[in-house]
Design a protein around this ligand. Structure first.
Ligand code: SF4
Length: 698
């Protein structure tokens, strides 16, 4: 009964990058209900996860004591392990004992094998302050740059392309600018499922007259609001986008004034796409040439147009090329830097933007300063009073390979679940089992924590103070609403205790002190203070003054590149890493469901959400089900070159025949047992969106 609440605490949703502001209704230190608040990205709206996914912190399996692995227990996933009764594998320990053991194992490996033997995975669920502290610990305590997080599995390729072409990895305009746009292109994203409140703004825009263009291999709910909706062949995106560029160049729909004033490299791009006509590209992308022409003309001739994309673009071996094409489209047509224009990779986790900004990335320091740049590195060496490694570290999937090769021997994993989220799980799980020392800090004994030597009980989002940065570059303040259960501790405190055992003299008393330090290393936080966030709740970066709002749209005058101009980057359409063939004739693609979040550690422990979607399902087109002689609900087995799973079928008229979609949140039918670990060469992101598979009934 929400009317019985004895206090109300304003905070931010812990799930997706939309960053909805919400209010917890609390009674007797328990959350009774959640309501939407008038935040800049949600205007009182919430989706089903934000509204009902709040009770996971009180789940019976919640970690409330540090755990230490019992001697002789194998480091492997045990199907009979019960996270609510971990005593079969772990014993409870005091904080002193657990911290000593956790740190000693890491310190000993560093002493014996050097800094390169250790690595850390942070999380895009970390607050900005936790992310800052975690990467600082790896860089100044472990002594290497082997620190990464799940942005590697999400938008690393988008960021690689954006950094290369426009000098900044963040969005150029918030999704609210869709309301000002004449045309909005949604490609490789499914906002009604993955960014549901952002989707409500797209619907609102459509009702106001904005023409929505949806480009995707799979149909989706927003098709009902679309002016045009084109399905392309999985993996055919670079071909489709080059064909659109060809139309814009050959029909001279280019904004020459903009191109001359703000870009370089256009002549080479124009030359490159001249032969890539819609007719030439149609066999690769599967779209009618006339439809390609119409969509290209619609985008190019709009007064104001935006492009939004998701992991359907980024999670390919050609993910960076996909994003380069989208940037080229926007630059060629002058669709950046003004209201109603821009490039917007819809960010996944609630703090993937902030955790990346704060330096949870192996090749860059905070604010994307390359670790190899001596001058930029010197600024952080002075701030942290210690020399830093100049060698870029390994990425998420590379770290797993380095474990198998005996190079990485010890890890500290905070809030990540690579035993569920990495591609080719058999390989990833074997690597985790091979680690000589693994420390996992989390809310539950996750699949990854089952491999740990020490498990440290962490803080859930409603139990901590901290800042978080959403897909719109809005820095927002989350506030503690309820106390920590049992012996669980704030994450910043745990990281600090590990750091102290590495001999680092840290003495932070509250996240606001960490935020104050971050401001010395991150110009992106200029004019944003903890006090201002307490007062205003949200401030967009970059922000020009202490009393000014931040910029919703950026790069109207110049881009943050050496020349101030953006660069075109031509691309060549290439096939997927593992094309379908006679043995594996069906395309497997993976993603999220509306009700569940990533590996399901939180949402599968939220009662309402789990009731809504309790079981793994494979979505198939009606014709595909008929071909398999299955009725919806009957099981199907999916086999790839790496593994097999069996799960129930669900009919989805939006699916294309020859494809199957599997969500990756179900441990009992883990989609990533099947996925291909092949990496995009620039962003180092795996090809989650395309693997060749074989389907059979039962
Ligand atoms: Fe939370 Fe995203 Fe849903 Fe908003 S749209 S309530 S941020 S999951």
């Amino acid at each position: 009964d929400s009317r019985a609440a004895d206090r109300r605490v304003d905070s931010v949703c812990p799930y997706c990058g939309v960053g909805c502001q919400l209010t917890y209704q609390v009674k007797d230190d328990a959350i009774l209900a959640v309501e939407g608040r008038d935040g800049p990205s949600n205007r009182n709206r919430l989706c089903v996860k934000g509204r009902f996914g709040f009770d996971y912190p009180r789940h019976a399996a919640r970690l409330t004591m540090p755990l230490i692995r019992k001697p002789g227990v194998a480091k492997a996933l045990d199907p009979d392990f019960d996270p609510a009764n971990p005593s079969s594998h772990f014993r409870e320990a005091s904080w002193d004992e657990a911290l000593e053991l956790a740190a000693k194992g890491l310190v000993d490996l560093k002493t014996t094998h050097g800094p390169a033997a250790l690595a850390g995975f942070g999380s895009a669920k970390c607050t900005n302050e936790e992310a800052w502290l975690f990467q600082k610990l790896v860089r100044t305590g472990f002594g290497s740059n082997h620190v990464d997080h799940c942005t590697r599995l999400c938008h690393a390729s988008s960021v690689a392309a954006l950094m290369e072409c426009i000098g900044s990895g963040a969005v150029t305009a918030s999704f609210l600018q869709a309301l000002e746009a004449d045309v909005v292109v949604l490609i490789g994203c499914n906002p009604a499922v993955n960014h549901p409140v952002a989707a409500t703004f797209f619907k609102q825009a459509a009702k106001q007259g904005t023409r929505i263009v949806i480009l995707d291999p799979r149909g989706q709910a927003l098709d009902a609001y679309a002016h045009r909706s084109l399905r392309f062949t999985p993996g055919g995106d670079v071909a489709l986008l080059n064909a659109m560029l060809n139309v814009i160049v050959t029909e001279d729909l280019v904004d020459h004034d903009y191109v001359d004033a703000h870009t370089e490299g256009f002549a080479a791009l124009a030359e490159h796409v001249r032969e890539l006509t819609p007719e030439v590209m149609a066999p690769s992308c599967g779209v009618d040439p006339q439809a390609i022409r119409e969509v290209a003309r619609l985008y190019a001739t709009a007064e104001r147009a935006m492009i939004f994309w998701g992991m359907g673009i980024s999670q390919h071996v050609h993910g960076t090329d996909n994003a380069r094409c989208l940037i080229s489209l926007a630059l060629a047509c002058g669709h950046t830097g003004r209201p109603g224009t821009g490039l917007h990779p819809l960010r996944g986790q609630n703090n993937v933007q902030g955790a990346s900004d704060a330096g949870l990335i192996p090749m860059v320091l905070p604010d994307y300063q390359p670790v190899g740049d001596a001058q930029l590195r010197a600024a952080f060496e002075e701030l942290w009073n210690t020399p830093l490694d100049e060698t870029p570290g390994l990425t998420v999937v590379e770290i797993m390979d380095a474990i198998r090769d005996g190079v990485i021997r010890g890890m500290y994993i905070l809030g990540e679940n690579p035993a569920m989220s990495d591609p080719d799980l058999e390989h990833a799980r074997a690597a985790l089992g091979q680690l000589e020392h693994l420390v996992v800090q989390d809310l539950f004994v996750t699949e990854t924590a089952q491999f740990a030597d020490v498990v440290l009980p962490a803080s859930a989002w409603p139990e901590k103070d901290g800042t978080v940065t959403n897909t719109n570059r809005q820095v927002q303040l989350g506030r503690q609403a309820v106390p920590l259960p049992g012996q669980a501790r704030p994450d910043w405190w745990i990281i600090q205790e590990i750091a102290r055992r590495f001999g680092l003299g840290w003495d932070y008393a509250h996240p606001r002190e960490v935020f104050a330090e971050m401001k010395h290393g991150m110009v992106s936080l200029d004019h944003i203070t903890w006090e201002r966030l307490e007062r205003e709740g949200s401030v967009t970066y970059p922000c020009p003054a202490d009393d000014a709002p931040g910029w919703d749209v950026v790069f109207g005058d110049a881009f943050p590149t050496a020349s101030g101009k953006a660069r075109f980057s031509p691309t060549v359409p290439l096939p997927p890493d593992e094309p379908i063939d006679g043995d594996y004739p069906t395309v497997l693609t993976t993603g999220r469901q509306l009700e569940h979040w990533h590996t399901g550690a939180m949402t599968r422990r939220a009662r309402v959400l789990d009731d809504l979607e309790p079981e793994a399902v494979a979505s198939l087109a009606p014709g595909e089900l008929r071909r398999l002689k299955l009725v919806p609900g009957e099981p199907v087995t999916i086999v790839t070159r790496r593994g097999r799973i069996t799960l129930r079928t669900r009919v989805d008229p939006g699916m294309t025949e020859g494809m199957v979609f599997v969500p990756f949140c179900y441990a009992e039918a883990a989609a990533n047992l099947l996925t291909n670990p092949a990496l995009d060469p620039y962003g180092k992101i795996p090809e989650f969106k395309y693997a060749a598979c074989r389907l059979s009934p039962g």
